[in-house]
Ligand binder design. Structure first.
Ligand SMILES: Nc1[nH]c(=O)nc2c1ncn2[C@H]1C[C@H](O)[C@@H](COP(=O)(O)OP(=O)(O)OP(=O)(O)O)O1
Length: 172
């Protein structure tokens, strides 16, 4: 089973009387979910904690620097492929980062209003869990895919969600 992370940097733009909440998404340029929007993130490397992975992947993919302690754990997602655990994904959000997002070989970053997230150009499961995560909730989810590898060509067939439950792992 693959252990992976997703990280959603957040910021507020606009004026005090008319603020716009934004999230930094990437258009992924290679690997799983190539061509789709997602948060920065990727697979854990040996010896790395999920939090360290989220920081490293965000730096590698879009050049933003994040202090690991400012990352807020927002979810734990299990993606099943044909009944087997394929990926366990730790989801984080933060409002604390430095640098300007930059396009790399892996990703093209884009600040997007949270009311305008392009769910039709994302993993099909995202529409079920990401809105709540962007509203500050915590999610534990299981998502079922069928049809064999790779996961991003399999069919999304069902899901179960629990909101604001205690998260399973110690890396919170
Ligand atoms: N169903 C799904 N919904 C979702 O929103 N994100 C998913 C997902 N299944 C996998 N992901 C994310 C989790 C993780 O951030 C990423 C894993 O993609 P990759 O295997 O391409 O990993 P990497 O970006 O580490 O790739 P490399 O650096 O090329 O090894 O995809």
């Amino acid at each position: 089973m693959i252990e992976a992370t997703l990280c959603f940097p957040r910021r507020t733009r606009g004026t005090e009387s008319d603020p716009t909440e934004e999230v930094l998404l990437i258009e992924k340029r290679r690997g799983l979910g190539d061509g789709w929007y997602n948060g920065p993130g990727g697979k854990l490397e040996d010896g790395e904690t999920p939090r360290e992975c989220a920081v490293r992947e965000t730096r590698e993919e879009v050049g933003l620097e994040i202090d690991p302690e400012t990352l807020e754990k927002a979810g734990e997602l299990t993606f099943l492929l044909d009944g087997e655990r394929h990926t366990f994904c730790h989801v984080y959000r933060t409002r604390s980062f430095s640098g300007e997002p930059t396009t790399t070989e892996e990703a093209r970053p884009e600040w997007v209003p949270v009311d305008d997230v392009p769910y039709d150009q994302m993993w099909e499961d995202d529409q079920f869990w990401l809105p709540g995560v962007l509203e500050g909730e915590t999610v534990v989810g299981e998502f079922r895919f069928e049809g064999g590898q790779p996961l991003d060509e399999a069919e999304f067939v069902g899901h179960d969600l629990e909101w604001n439950e205690h998260l399973e792992t110690t890396d919170t």
